[in-house]
Design a protein around this ligand. Structure first.
Ligand code: FPP
Length: 246
């Protein structure tokens, strides 16, 4: 951290405002150690804690992670249960930390399918988040990029029919119907675990994100690997469809 903070102070590095990560490789990490997949998810949750703290310390403003997709329900019941339990424990603990460190946290996804206990915790994290400014962690739960766009289109259509929205909606206007309303698009999208695909994550929001793929399995993903991703991000030439100045 010292190194990257020093570079930042020297004006030598740009810290991405928003980093998004597809958490992948928990199962393989566990298998390599002869452990059940659930142990991989527990290790993955610990890694998330470390990386979120690091992001906050180096000045990242938003960290968004893909923890459970709309497709992940098809995993064995025991595995789904154990991921939900981990999230439950995580949110329970996070609520205290948020109050202490003034951290904001948002859950993105269709929360209606989650357990009453998870939903109550989500409500509480939303309430706390409304009171603070600063670093925000977003956890995508029962999330799918296409489902998100579809629910946005349906809500917009309803507003249009009711005369609450204008017919010539802009991209920014449509963004306000996304789960991610108010959150800037990710600058850097990271996928550990060796696969090179987007897997239905933030399809609308990653239009101009820089992608960083890593073979490191998520539970092994350390701050050194995040530094490498940020260094690579700094070598990219972001033009947003335009041409380079000068
Ligand atoms: C992908 O690895 C991981 C998941 C689908 C679950 C991620 C969930 C957690 C880490 C639990 C808690 C999260 C937070 C944010 C507190 P995989 O199982 O697809 O791995 P594999 O590709 O090696 O099988």
């Amino acid at each position: 951290m010292a190194a990257i903070n020093q570079l930042k102070e020297d004006g030598g590095i740009i810290i991405p405002r928003h980093i998004a990560i597809i958490l992948d490789g928990n199962g393989r990490w566990a298998k390599k150690r002869g452990l059940p997949r659930t142990a991989g998810h527990a290790a993955g949750a610990e890694t998330f804690r470390k990386i979120a703290t690091y992001c906050k310390n180096i000045g990242v403003q938003y960290l968004t992670v893909y923890a459970f997709s709309t497709e992940n329900w098809s995993r064995p019941e025991e595995e789904v249960k154990s991921i939900m339990k981990l999230l439950d424990n995580y949110l329970h603990e996070a609520i205290a930390t948020m109050e202490r460190d003034h951290i904001r946290m948002k859950i993105l996804g269709d929360v209606s399918a989650l357990s009453p206990s998870l939903r109550a915790e989500i409500e509480e994290t939303n309430e706390i988040s409304g009171r603070y400014e600063g670093f925000q962690a977003n956890i995508c739960l029962n999330y799918g990029g296409r489902a998100e766009i579809l629910q946005a289109a349906k809500r917009y259509a309803a507003d249009l029919a009711a005369g609450r929205a204008s017919g010539d909606i802009t991209e920014a206007g449509f963004s306000s119907y996304m789960y991610s309303a108010g959150i800037p698009d990710p600058d850097l999208m990271i996928r550990p675990g060796g696969e090179k695909r987007i897997s239905n994550f933030l399809l609308w929001q990653c239009a101009y994100s820089e992608f960083y793929f890593s073979d490191v399995l998520w539970p092994d993903f350390g701050t050194d690997e995040l530094d490498r991703a940020i260094a690579e991000f700094n070598r990219r030439d972001r033009r947003f469809g335009g041409v380079k100045n000068g």
